[in-house]
Design a protein around this ligand. Sequence first.
Ligand SMILES: C[S@@+](CC[C@H](N)C(=O)[O-])C[C@H]1O[C@@H](n2cnc3c(N)ncnc32)[C@H](O)[C@@H]1O
Length: 309
Amino acid sequence: MHIPVMLDECLEALITDPTGIYVDGTLGNAGHASEIFSRLKSTGLLVGFDRDIDAVERVQETLKSREGKRVELIHDNYANMADRLDKLGLGKVHGILLDLGVSSFQLDIAERGFSFMQDAPIDMRMDQTQGQTAGELVNTASEQELADIIFRYGEDRASRRIARAIVEARAKVEIQTTAQLAGIVERAKGGRRGKKTHPATQTFQALRMAVNDELGGIERVLETMIDKVVDGGRIVVLTFHSLEDRMVKQFFNRHVPREESLQQGGVRRVYEEPAVKWIWKKPLIATDAEQAENPRSRSAKLRAVQVGE
Ligand SMILES: C[S@@+](CC[C@H](N)C(=O)[O-])C[C@H]1O[C@@H](n2cnc3c(N)ncnc32)[C@H](O)[C@@H]1O
């Protein structure tokens, strides 16, 4: 089951006008989307995106019974959000929510190949209609490319050793399944060594981020979404990885007006248009109770901005 992370905090920050238009860029299991939907008046509109067609179809089912409310679900990368909203002719929206990463639903279905907990072909694509699978990547990328991916996205210091082990293993036999890959990584790292997390955790995360170009998508949506939000509207982002959080923080910081002293005296305001302001100075993290109930929330950071000065 997918338990939505920091649900109340997200919704409090997101919804300023229940008759407005709200975008959930990452529908997943509709945890946040259902709650947005519940809080909107009948004149409001929920627009939802997911690049995973299974998620879009499931959410369609979940929301279908809720008569009298307006909803528009779109199977696409949120990187294309601005274009898709333009095509709908909606003008600006009142709030956008992004809950980044993979859903528990995707992790739990063995055939999606995201998890070493269940043996299956290594796929890991969120959008199964296009792109290279993680299996293809593992069997074709150079040793250097694999080491870079595992180091950058997995932050695993054993990245070179793991990449070497993958290349040596695939020279003998194609690496087809998640169990095969997990075993190679585990041996390369010298076993579990008493650690609670599986030694392949970071490698699996890194391959997933690479195959889905997750940071590229975030960069593209950030660049285009502020312009889509009305003055006073909100952008709320939940991240689960330090690289994601840094991207989000640095991006919005560039749009927050700050005062710079001039040599000749006086000050000038410096920022990239359009201006935003942080709702909270520091990111929110889940309460101890939520972290105990939902382990996924432990690495979550919630940031939110209001568009305008
Ligand atoms: C963490 S889950 C969202 C969970 C959801 N908020 C809930 O409470 O049920 C992330 C979802 O976003 C989708 N996703 C990830 N990257 C995406 C992208 N670039 N464009 C569209 N959807 C994306 C994934 O397919 C997944 O279903």
